[in-house]
Design a binder for this molecule. Structure first.
Ligand SMILES: *Cc1c(COP(=O)(O)O)cnc(C)c1O
Length: 342
């Protein structure tokens, strides 16, 4: 059967680089949302814990509950407000004033600030009201954070948003003091911002996802880093045959043999979360061989008869070919595919 390999040495190499940038292992929150960007949540959480990271961020409560035994704190980024009783190590990101209103008293939260991305978070003008409500509902404000919209691009917007967040920080710290709230962690940098800034400044940690897995979308004129992709996708051979000159293979018969050739069918298709290719352009495998014809739901064809083939060990060329980003290529891979740590 097809399988995914996860390279532990590459993962630890990337973590070394990111922790050095952030200022130590306690300064990096591992973003493990969406099944750890398709890698496998429990496996990557176990490795991050083994490395010595203390915090993780995930998409929903279900993900948080499956790894909260491994971390001091797990932040839920996306789930809606809930009245469910949660483990004290799980906290919820609150993206609006309404979310604060909907949460039960005493909830552990991180307050999201809109510093310019305008996707989520409360505005600067709402800080006082939000802090008052948090105090009144006896919520545990564990963190305050923001998100940057273009840290990877050749523009100064990151620094504009950072300045906005710094202003919000000052306000929040002053209000927290008057309410005698306990320690609040501030965090803002995603991977691209962490790789771009010289220091995370007065933030308490950075939230890194994609760079841990070996990728960055940071513009190469800003900086380049020796990140190593962690995931590789392998397909196994189902059958082989000689395609006679003039015969055409797979749906639509879009690939035609120019001469007699040996071809084989492998057990990965778009049903496994690989981008479907329509045969109009061949897809290059990690070993340099090219796909033949259209991809099916559970299989595709290649020349030769190798027992297995590495479809990719670097998502960047595929991302370019499918006009998307590395994030999407890896995150789409189905949880049911077997994962092997190497
Ligand atoms: C996904 C996400 C991150 C991580 O982003 P990367 O670009 O993968 O490092 C950080 N913060 C928030 C709020 C996110 O949603």
């Amino acid at each position: 059967m097809a399988f995914i390999t996860l390279n532990k040495a590459h993962f630890f190499h990337n973590l070394d680089l990111l922790c050095a940038k952030a200022g130590g292992k306690t300064k990096l929150m591992a973003v493990l949302k969406d099944n750890a960007y398709g890698h496998d949540l429990r496996t990557m959480a176990t490795l991050a814990h083994e490395y010595g990271l203390l915090r993780a961020a995930v998409k929903n409560i279900e993900e948080a509950e499956s790894i909260d035994d491994l971390f001091e704190e797990v932040l839920v980024l996306v789930d809606h407000p809930t009245c469910k009783t949660l483990s004290p190590s799980i906290s919820l990101a609150t993206h609006s004033y309404e979310a604060l209103q909907a949460l039960p008293r005493g909830a552990s939260i991180h307050l999201s600030i809109d510093s310019g991305m305008h996707r989520n978070g409360i505005k600067e003008a709402q800080i006082e009201a939000a802090m008052e409500l948090i105090h009144e509902k006896e919520m545990r404000l564990k963190g305050v954070f923001t998100h940057f919209r273009s840290a990877d691009e050749l523009s100064g917007e990151l620094f504009w948003q950072r300045a906005n967040f710094e202003r919000a920080k000052v306000k929040i710290k002053a209000i927290a003091q008057t309410y005698a709230m306990p320690f609040i962690a501030f965090h803002s940098c995603n991977s691209a911002a962490l790789l771009r800034v010289s220091s995370i400044g007065s933030d308490d940690y950075a939230r890194s996802g994609i760079a841990m897995y070996g990728y960055t979308t940071l513009h190469p004129l800003i900086a380049t880093y020796d990140l190593k992709p962690v995931l590789a996708l392998w397909a196994e051979k189902l059958s082989s045959r000689i395609l006679k000159k003039g015969e055409r293979v797979n749906y639509g018969g879009v690939y035609e043999a120019k001469e007699d050739e040996l071809i084989s069918t492998y057990d990965i298709g778009y049903g496994d979360g690989f981008f479907r290719f329509d045969g109009s352009r061949p897809i290059k495998m990690a070993d340099g061989s090219f796909s033949k014809g259209r991809m099916s739901m559970d299989s595709f064809c290649l020349g030769g008869d190798a027992p297995n083939v590495c479809m990719f060990d670097d998502a960047n060329p595929l991302a370019e070919q499918f006009n998307t980003i590395s994030y999407e290529i890896i995150t789409k891979l189905y949880p049911a595919l077997k994962r092997v740590v190497i």
